[in-house]
Design a protein around this ligand. Structure first.
Ligand code: GSH
Length: 205
């Protein structure tokens, strides 16, 4: 197996997920700033034109970081810990719900702010500064919802660590790195983030 990737929050989600499962694989660097992900060769692997992409030994490609993680969990030997996508129907639904809330309300808004305000990919998309500013205003508001939830449970989707925690932790680190948002200080979120940072999978990636 090979992971085609670039330094990016979505590749980091997969790294942390793999580390939690005790898995490793070869990594192939893709130069996304230089547009390698837009080449015909790359688009044959992932018509979505984004990283990460997992290449299986039989030549199958899986794009989308969450789909990659689902596949990895399906082939990983059991660690005895609760599954990162949930064990039973209720856990699966709650993890999926929180994961989607993080993606739609925070990660995508953050990406909108980053891409439109910095123009990092202006060679391939129209960047609208005003839209970036709207995204930058909306993204931090979502953090209140996660803070309230983390006042009620140890992890975002309940009593067990899950993919939803990975997505939120990676998104917050990316926001702090690119500095396009005013990040609020929220007590429960800070307690939880310190816990995430103490996990070997987060600190190693
Ligand atoms: N929904 C996709 C998003 C992937 C994505 O946006 N990847 C970014 C890096 S984090 C990328 O490839 N950007 C290059 C570009 O936009 O040209 C996933 O979860 O894998």
């Amino acid at each position: 197996m090979k992971l085609h990737e670039a330094p990016s929050p979505n590749a980091r989600r997969v790294h942390i997920f793999m580390s939690e499962l005790g898995m490793e694989c070869e990594r192939v660097a893709v130069d996304i700033r230089g547009g390698e992900n837009l080449s015909a060769e790359f688009l044959a692997k992932n018509p979505g034109g984004r990283v990460p992409v997992l290449e299986l030994d039989d030549g199958t490609y899986i794009g989308e970081s969450v789909s990659i993680c689902r596949y990895l969990e399906s082939i990983a030997p059991s660690t005895g810990a609760p599954k990162l996508f949930g064990d039973d129907g209720l856990a699966k639904a709650q993890i999926d719900m929180w994961q989607r809330r993080v993606e739609f309300n925070f990660l995508l808004e953050l990406a909108g702010a980053f891409r439109n305000l910095t123009g990092v990919f202006k060679d391939r998309e129209t960047c609208v500064k005003e839209w970036g500013a709207v995204c930058a205003e909306r993204a931090p508001k979502a953090l209140n919802m996660f803070d309230t939830q983390l006042g009620k449970s140890e992890y975002l989707a309940g009593d067990s660590f899950s993919i939803a925690d990975i997505t939120l932790g990676v998104s917050i680190d990316f926001a702090n790195m690119v500095k396009v948002l005013e990040m609020p200080e929220l007590e429960n979120l800070t307690r939880w983030k310190n816990q995430m940072d103490a996990r070997a999978s987060f600190s190693a990636s």
